[in-house]
Design a binder for this molecule. Sequence first.
Ligand SMILES: CCCCCCCCCCCCC[C@H](O)CC(=O)SCCNC(=O)CCNC(=O)[C@H](O)C(C)(C)COP(=O)(O)OP(=O)(O)OC[C@H]1O[C@@H](n2cnc3c(N)ncnc32)[C@H](O)[C@@H]1OP(=O)(O)O
Length: 256
Amino acid sequence: MPYEMIVTETDGAVAVIRLNRPESLNALCDQLMSELADALRGFDSDKSIRCIVLTGSDRAFAAGADIKEMQNRSWPETGLDDFIGKSWEVVTTTLKPVIAAVSGYALGGGCELAMMCDIIIAADTAKFGQPEIAIGVIPGAGGTQRLTRAIGKSKAMEMILTGRMMDAEEAERANLVARVVPAADLMPEAMKLARRIAGMSPVALLQAKRSINAAFETMLAEGVRYERASFLPLFGTPHQREGMAAFIEKRKPDFS
Ligand SMILES: CCCCCCCCCCCCC[C@H](O)CC(=O)SCCNC(=O)CCNC(=O)[C@H](O)C(C)(C)COP(=O)(O)OP(=O)(O)OC[C@H]1O[C@@H](n2cnc3c(N)ncnc32)[C@H](O)[C@@H]1OP(=O)(O)O
């Protein structure tokens, strides 16, 4: 599928998807989200890819869903089409680790898209927010749920009820992002992290990602049961044997 609104490339076992609508600060229109979903499905089924980096431009990761596209839509016409589920949610069903490398604006659907990813690395220029209230709506792609779980009720409520932005430093203090780096270092740092993750056992990465995400979705006892059900099947796999043998033999493991 030729893409008009995203650019994709691979670097060894790492795939990079760059949102590419600079004229509208990467506003997330239906076509862009369909292209993103297609690219994610493709890399998720490509055995040579073990980690995915999603990024935007220096000025904007994404300034939200496309207001101009949404302006005149109404539920009676579009309510039967689960567009959010069929395209936006593909990020959350991607089995491989997805790193969001955020520079500039990540607002509304842009912040929600970043939060659907597994790890957010922020440039010191990043600005996060859910300003939907200012245009008469609320977050519609998980923002009220993921932001609250990530930063706590009071700060999430303040952000969503006022629509204010938070800068990268505040986002790091609030645990919305894993780390803040100088803007010039964003992609080098994101790629370094992605390569490190890509060197690990794919089956262990899958079980770890699923178990951590289960912590968002369930009560503690159920989450621990889910983790145990993910942990025990790893024993007897070639990568568990190789990983533990390599430690004992004092050598690097080969998870290829
Ligand atoms: C039943 C009906 C269903 C309908 C929807 C279903 C399908 C979609 C699924 C959506 C699920 C997610 C929902 C999400 O939670 C909702 C949103 O994301 S709403 C949008 C939230 N974002 C914003 O409100 C931010 C808007 N942008 C700004 O505030 C400013 O642009 C800025 C980021 C502060 C930057 O300001 P400036 O530096 O001054 O730059 P400009 O404002 O001049 O912008 C430059 C250029 O980009 C255009 N643009 C910016 N943001 C958007 C956007 N979100 N949508 C469309 N276009 C955008 C801006 O218009 C300028 O373009 P120009 O006017 O020059 O052509």
